[in-house]
Design a protein around this ligand. Structure first.
Ligand SMILES: Nc1ncnc2c1ncn2[C@@H]1O[C@H](COP(=O)(O)OP(=O)(O)OP(=O)(O)O)[C@@H](O)[C@H]1O
Length: 255
């Protein structure tokens, strides 16, 4: 089975300090992998490497069997990998529906040539995009909000909108950066149910950075724990939670 994602020896340095240090791990199709670790462990930097936001100083990245090292985010998206961002970046003044439409992989409306020379075909393609966007909004329970400006959504609903945009981009591997952070508890539960459903019924693979340990325990089939830029432990939640090195790294943070 070809892993959805494979990191081999990924390394990133900032001004001489190694922040991600020779990190290797894989994600199989259909897995939900939790990435956790104390503050400053290098999780966000690793996500930036996995999603093409940053280029590694060493190491390789393979997505769906294709060498994806040094590819920019839009090329990774074509290979099926997209990420959400810790801070919602959707275009606040656009409607919820428009935000999702814009995330379509082949947004023909953006192609001037298409719009000028093939207006009928373009209209048809745009209708298909709108229909798909409405299906995706229904999946994430935001249909009732489709005409609202994105700015009017609550923090938790914005996270659902980000997820909707990943689905619209036809991603099969979705990197979620602290999707439960700052979200009301009932919506955290709704997001967890949705992730599990997308995983089981739609075959989506997830990598989730999360400080909320309950969320990780609830969802992840495998957990990767980072500390000081390295992978400290990996395995089932119970396996890593019982690892003395993991316990010590969290205690070190609390001290
Ligand atoms: N652009 C940068 N330039 C210099 N240092 C950076 C940069 N980005 C991150 N760092 C440093 O790298 C280390 C790891 O940061 P990173 O944000 O990846 O950790 P994290 O595990 O995501 O932490 P948190 O859980 O607090 O979000 C930190 O010491 C941080 O200060």
């Amino acid at each position: 089975m070809t892993p959805r994602l494979m990191a081999d020896g990924l390394t990133k340095r900032f001004s001489g300090t190694t922040v991600v240090d020779n990190v290797s791990f894989y994600v199989d199709p259909g897995q939900i992998v939790g990435l956790t670790g104390p503050n400053g462990a290098g999780k966000t930097t690793l996500f930036n490497l996995l999603s093409g936001v940053l280029k590694p100083d060493a190491g390789t990245l393979t997505v769906n069997g294709v060498d994806a090292t040094n590819l920019p985010p839009y090329r990774l998206a074509r290979l099926g990998l997209v990420r959400t961002f810790q801070l919602a970046r959707e275009l606040d003044r656009l409607s919820v529906l428009e935000n999702v439409q814009l995330a379509a992989r082949n947004n023909v409306g953006e192609s001037l040539t298409g719009a000028l020379f093939r207006p009928a075909a373009t209209r048809q393609a745009e209708q298909a995009i709108t229909q798909r966007a409405r299906e995706v909004l229904s999946l994430v329970s935001l249909s009732a909000h489709e005409s609202k400006p994105a700015a009017a959504l609550s923090g938790g609903q914005k996270k659902l909108l980000e997820l909707a945009r990943c689905l619209m981009a036809e991603a099969d591997i979705i990197l979620l950066d602290e999707i439960a952070a700052g979200v009301a508890p009932h919506l955290v539960e709704e997001i967890a149910v949705l992730i599990r459903r997308l995983n089981r019924e739609h075959g989506k693979t997830f990598v989730i950075i999360e400080h909320n340990i309950g969320f990780i325990r609830n969802l992840a089939s495998r957990v990767v724990v980072m500390a000081s830029g390295k992978v400290l432990a990996e395995g089932s939640f119970d396996h890593v939670a019982a690892d003395p090195a993991v316990v010590a790294s969290y205690l070190g943070q609390a001290a």
